[in-house]
Ligand binder design. Structure first.
Ligand SMILES: [Zn+2]
Length: 250
C-alpha cells in the first residue's frame, strides 16, 4: 500500500477512516527486513509474533506519513488473516495530534534465547542490547507502532453492524472480530507454546492449561487471533516458560 499512502492520507478529512491492507508479508514478517525498512520505514524481525510486527510496521508507517501532514492517527481495528494484514485507523488533523501519534513509535527488543521482550517508546534505540534475563544480545524490530492496534468499543460497533448486514453470513467474520476484541487490551507481542516446547524439549500441552497456569501466578493471559496456540500476557518470559513446564508436569 505504501506508494499510495501519501495521497490516501491527504484525501482524508478530519475524523475520517482509512483502511490499509498489506500482502507483502515476507518483508513485513522478517524474511526481508531491509525491504521492510525501505517500504515501511522500520526493520522487521523473524519472531513467533512476526504477524503482529507486520501490523505494527504498517501502523508505524501510516503514523509517520500522517505526521508529515500534521495528522494524528488512532488504530481502531487490525487483523492478520490468510496472507495479508489489515488495519483501520481514524485520523485527526493537528500538529499536536501528530506529535501524540509519534509518541507511540518505538522498538521491540527480542531475546531469541529466553523469549524475553522489551518495548522502547523512542525514535532512538539504546546502545545496551544485552538481555536482562539471560545476558545474550537481543535483536530488534522497528521503528514501529507500539500504541493500541485494536479498540474494544469499535469491535462492539462492528459486531452490531454485522448483525444488521444480513448478506454477510460468514461465521468467520464474526469469529475474527470476537477474537480480536478479546485481545484488545492485551500487551504487545505474544508467546507461541510450540516454540517454547521446542526449545525446552517438552510435549505441547493444551493452550487452556497454560493460560490457567499463567493466571494462577497472578498475570493476565488471553488467546490471540494471530496464532492458534499464541498467548498474550503481561507475565515475563520466565513465567510463561514455567507455566508451560507446569502444564506438562515437569
Ligand atoms: Zn534472554
Amino acid at each position: 500500500p505504501t506508494p499510495y499512502l501519501d495521497s490516501a492520507i491527504r484525501a482524508l478529512r478530519d475524523g475520517g477512516l482509512i483502511a490499509l491492507t498489506a500482502t507483502d508479508l515476507a518483508p513485513l514478517c522478517g524474511v526481508y527486513p531491509k525491504v521492510a525498512l525501505r517500504k515501511y520505514g522500520g526493520l522487521s524481525l523473524r519472531t513467533e509474533y512476526c504477524h503482529e510486527i507486520a501490523v505494527r510496521l504498517l501502523a508505524g508507517s501510516l503514523a509517520m506519513m500522517a505526521a508529515k501532514h500534521e495528522i494524528g492517527v488512532r488504530i481502531v481495528f487490525s487483523h492478520s488473516t490468510d496472507h495479508y494484514v489489515r488495519l483501520y485507523a481514524l485520523i485527526n488533523y493537528g500538529a499536536k495530534r501528530a506529535d501524540e501519534s509519534l509518541g507511540d513509535i518505538g522498538f521491540i527488543l527480542h531475546c531469541f534465547k529466553c523469549f524475553h521482550r522489551e518495548f522502547h517508546k523512542s525514535v532512538m534505540l539504546a546502545q545496551n542490547m544485552a538481555c536482562p534475563e539471560c545476558g545474550s544480545t537481543m535483536k530488534f524490530a522497528g521503528p514501529l507502532w507500539l500504541g493500541g492496534i485494536v479498540d474494544r468499543e469499535f469491535c462492539s460497533l462492528m459486531e452490531e453492524n454485522l448483525r444488521s448486514l444480513k448478506h454477510i453470513n460468514d461465521s468467520r467474520v464474526a469469529r475474527i472480530i470476537s477474537l480480536v476484541k478479546e485481545e484488545a487490551n492485551a500487551p504487545a507481542t505474544y508467546y507461541v507454546i510450540d516454540k517454547i516446547c521446542d526449545k525446552i524439549g517438552v510435549p505441547i500441552p493444551p493452550i487452556k492449561s497454560v493460560i490457567n497456569h499463567i493466571r494462577e501466578m497472578g498475570f493476565t493471559a488471553t488467546r490471540t487471533h494471530f496464532h492458534d496456540r499464541g498467548i498474550k500476557t503481561n507475565a515475563p518470559a520466565s513465567a510463561v516458560v514455567r507455566a508451560v513446564k507446569d502444564s506438562v508436569g515437569h
